[in-house]
Write a protein that binds this ligand. Structure first.
Ligand code: GLU
Length: 306
């Protein structure tokens, strides 16, 4: 059974831009007959209480998901298995570089901007032995492509850089790119809808999936919500979370209506939006959210920027 998903990191409350991405992920999944799964990406920074708050917020705007919520922190055996396969295939090397080492080596003329400079790729066993005494190793992928092609429902064909990226951090925690690829495949997820800030990660993930022999996924990277200065929307921009807006007198259904309107969809219900949903008609530009327009006394809609 195929599935789509929303995969929030429990670092804080969801703002209207995150809720919009969640609604889009639901619309994409449901409009294509897929299940819709919710996965909490809690391997990294986690704020106490954030997961419960996020799940409440998603439910408050009317979203429902299939089956139990999964948490990356409970899925270590799957990551271990993938790491073992990569190791067996000679696809991993230990990396002892600090950020500073990388920044310095990466300024060399032969290194592509943003790429790992290759410092630890060909260390001898004696060099590795010595390095292990200084600091623990991260595990990087041995890549043999510099770029990889994907297709995105909204962006079309997209080619992005692939370097020897980290798959296990030096504290032993699986890196985001590994966990996402392993989880999506293991959960039967074949549609990945998320903010377009992650478009440039998709080629790395697709390449890793191909090395692990996993089925490819359909990507849809959706426009982010930005503040009027065109910077990524954040809590500090004002009342942009459900909690803050509710405190100002908003109903969750009104917030959902604003989000659906910004997508050019009927705003009466998620079902009505689903009936009208067509990815080809979605706005391709960022959603500019002016918190001063989001107030209960002036429930003026956020102007859709289409
Ligand atoms: N957990 C990531 C985030 O909240 C999203 C990862 C993904 O959708 O692949 O930014």
């Amino acid at each position: 059974m195929t599935a789509g998903r929303f995969a929030p990191s429990p670092t804080g409350e969801l703002h209207v831009g995150n809720l919009r991405t969640a609604i889009l992920a639901w619309l994409f999944a449901r409009s294509t007959g897929r299940r819709f799964l919710l996965r909490v990406e809690d391997l990294d920074r986690v704020r106490a209480g954030a997961e419960d708050a996020q799940l409440d917020e998603l439910a408050a705007v009317g979203l429902s998901w299939d089956g139990a919520v999964t948490r990356q922190s409970e899925r270590q055996p799957y990551y271990d298995d993938a790491v073992a396969r990569l190791r067996r295939d000679g696809r991993l090397f230990e990396c002892f570089c600090t950020r500073r080492d990388i920044a310095e080596a990466a300024s060399a003329p032969h290194v592509l901007p943003g790429h790992y400079p290759g410092t630890c790729r060909n260390l001898s066993e004696a060099e590795r032995e010595a390095a292990r005494r200084v600091r623990p190793a991260a595990l990087r992928l041995v890549t043999d492509v510099g770029r990889y092609d994907i297709r995105d429902v909204l962006h079309g064909p997209y080619t992005g850089a692939v370097d020897d990226f980290v798959v296990v951090r030096n504290d032993g925690v699986p890196a985001y790119n590994l966990a996402v690829v392993v989880d999506d495949a293991e959960q039967g997820i074949d549609q990945v809808v998320r903010g377009d800030d992650l478009l440039s990660s998709a080629p790395r993930q697709a390449y890793l999936g191909s090395l692990l022999g996993l089925p490819s996924v359909e990507y849809a990277h959706v426009p982010l919500a930005l503040n009027p200065e065109r910077r990524r929307l954040a809590k500090r921009d004002g009342a942009v979370t459900l909690e803050a807006l509710t405190a100002e007198g908003w109903e969750a259904a009104e917030i959902r209506a604003v989000i659906l309107r910004s997508l050019g969809l009927p705003e009466t219900s998620l079902e009505a939006a689903l009936a009208a949903f067509d990815p080809a008609l979605l706005p391709r530009e960022p959603w500019i959210v002016d918190p001063s327009h989001l107030s209960s006394t002036d429930a003026a809609p956020v102007p859709p920027n289409r």
